[in-house]
Every structure is written in structure tokens, then in C-alpha cells.
Design a protein around this ligand. Structure first.
Ligand code: COA
Length: 161
């Protein structure tokens, strides 16, 4: 089975990699799709986010990394893939994720959203918290792969942006 794991990935963290690794173990192909959202300001460009994902998942054999703009349902149709994976870190994620899954199924009835519960060791993580710690020169090595740590240090070397 092919699945799409969409998100902003600004940047990819060990929390995302937990989901990606477990998807890679269970599905034939995992399409990691970076949302190119012109309305949301990001620290990394889409190309940089793709590169960081490529580096962070290079050990996995069944990963495709892609980007998309517009509606996720249109993208899923275009890719010929009707299964979306979303991670659930805490109950607080549930309401938004449920709304997203239901609205997506309304516009694409064949679309199925599968939820994967985050591993406890990473369930507190978010990209914005990691970005904030990095912007103040804090220790992030236990939250992100080395390649992301280096990229964040480079971004924030002149101080917080
Ligand atoms: N581990 C760690 N962090 C995680 C995580 C996990 N397993 N899963 C999500 N997160 C974090 C992200 O790091 C991000 O943190 P931040 O906000 O602090 O930066 C946050 O949770 C949101 O994550 P993300 O999965 O990237 O969600 P999103 O809300 O940015 O995007 C899409 C979700 C891409 C699925 C959704 O916005 C989308 O489909 N957009 C396209 C337009 C569309 O079709 N909209 C729906 C119809 S209206």
C-alpha cells in the first residue's frame, strides 16, 4: 500500500521521523509531502525542507519526497493515492485532525486518513519549539537529526530571526 504523509516539516524533527520510520516498516511506499504554503512564513524554503528530509531518511528504501500546493485532496488524487497518514501526539491534536480528516473525506470520499500515535519519547515535540530553542542557541541534538541541527545552527548563527 502507498501512503502520503503530509506536513510543513519546517524542519523535520525526531517526532516526524518516528512516524516515517514506522510507516516505512508497514507500508510499501511512503510519500512524504511538504506543504508549500505561501501564507505561512517558514524558516526553511521548500527545497531546503526537502533536502533535510532526504538526508534524514536516506537509510529507508521506500520513501519518496515531494511537495505540494493547494488542497491535499487534489494532490492525493493527482498522486493516485487515497491513504493519508497523520501523527497524533496528544489529545489536543485530535480535534483539528478529526476536522481535517472529515473535511477531506467530504471532498474526496475514497480518501482514508490513518492516525498513528507518536512514541512517548517524542510526543512533546513540535517544529516551532525546536526552532525557538535553536534561535536562542539552545541544545537541540536530542530533538532533531544531526543534519537538521547543523542547518538550524547555520540559520540562526546571527541570532534569532
Ligand atoms: N512529531 C512531532 N511534531 C509533529 C508531529 C509529530 N509526529 N506531527 C505534527 N507535528 C507538528 C509539526 O512540527 C508542526 O509544529 P509547528 O506548528 O510547531 O511548526 C505542527 O505539528 C503541525 O504540523 P503539520 O503536520 O505540518 O501540520 P500543518 O497543520 O502545518 O499541515 C496539512 C497539515 C499539510 C495536512 C494541512 O495543512 C493541509 O492539508 N494543507 C493543505 C490545504 C488543505 O487541503 N487544507 C484542508 C482542507 S481546508
Amino acid at each position: 500500500m502507498r501512503v502520503i504523509y503530509p506536513g510543513s516539516f519546517d524542519p523535520v524533527t525526531n517526532g516526524h521521523l518516528d512516524i516515517i520510520q514506522r510507516c516505512s516498516d508497514r507500508f510499501d511506499q511512503v510519500i512524504i509531502s511538504v506543504l508549500d504554503n505561501k501564507r505561512k512564513s517558514s524558516v526553511f524554503t521548500v527545497d531546503e525542507r526537502i533536502k533535510l528530509l532526504e538526508e534524514s531518511t536516506k537509510e529507508l528504501h521506500n520513501i519518496e519526497i515531494d511537495s505540494f500546493t493547494g488542497l491535499l485532496t487534489d494532490y492525493a488524487k493527482k498522486k493516485g493515492c487515497s491513504t493519508i497518514i497523520r501523527g497524533l501526539r496528544a489529545v489536543s491534536d485530535f480535534e483539528y485532525e478529526m476536522q481535517l480528516a472529515l473535511i477531506n473525506r467530504k471532498t474526496y470520499p475514497d480518501l482514508e486518513t490513518l492516525f498513528m500515535v507518536s512514541s512517548t519519547g517524542v510526543s512533546f515535540l513540535s517544529s516551532s519549539l525546536v526552532r525557538e530553542i535553536a534561535s536562542f542557541n539552545g541544545e537541540i541534538s536530542c530533538f532533531v537529526p544531526e543534519v537538521v541541527e547543523d542547518a538550524l545552527k547555520e540559520k540562526f548563527k546571527g541570532g534569532a530571526r
